[in-house]
Ligand binder design. Structure first.
Ligand SMILES: CC(=O)NCC[C@H](N)C(=O)O
Length: 129
């Protein structure tokens, strides 16, 4: 069994920081679960263009506020505690931070390896070792 605390990831290479989010990747591809499991903080007032062409992602919003806009149809959804969204169609979207840090728990299938960041098109690479 694997038992970890998010504090074991903070400050390590598996806490990935960008200008718009911080991702603490607690379970990774190498753990063999078939998914990866992250705590992510979306920074207030930011916008991130995301298009997970190679992954499915489900997101559970725990605290804070923000917004997601699906680009294909221009629909906007408010994000806050208890909201869950699943990018079951690899939906290209804008993820926006609100007034407060938005803390979410994310699952990726297939799992990320640990160091992925979005490329210019909002994509994570298919298989990083
Ligand atoms: C919700 C979302 O996709 N945020 C970007 C970072 C991602 N959650 C990650 O943990 O790599």
């Amino acid at each position: 069994m694997i038992v970890r605390h998010v504090n074991d990831v903070i400050g390590t290479e598996n806490e990935v920081r960008t200008d718009t989010w911080i991702s603490r990747r607690v379970l990774l591809k190498k753990d063999g679960m078939g998914f990866s499991f992250h705590e992510t903080i979306i920074l207030p007032g930011t916008e991130t263009h995301i298009h997970y062409k190679n992954h499915l992602e489900a997101v559970w919003c725990v605290e804070g506020d923000g917004e997601i806009e699906t680009i294909a149809d221009g629909k906007k959804y408010a994000l806050g505690p208890g909201v869950v969204y699943a990018l079951n169609e690899h939906d290209e979207h804008y993820l926006r931070g609100g007034k407060m840090p938005l803390r979410v728990i994310c699952v990726f299938n297939p799992p990320v390896s640990g160091q992925e960041v979005h490329d210019a098109d909002g994509v994570y690479p298919a298989d990083l070792d």
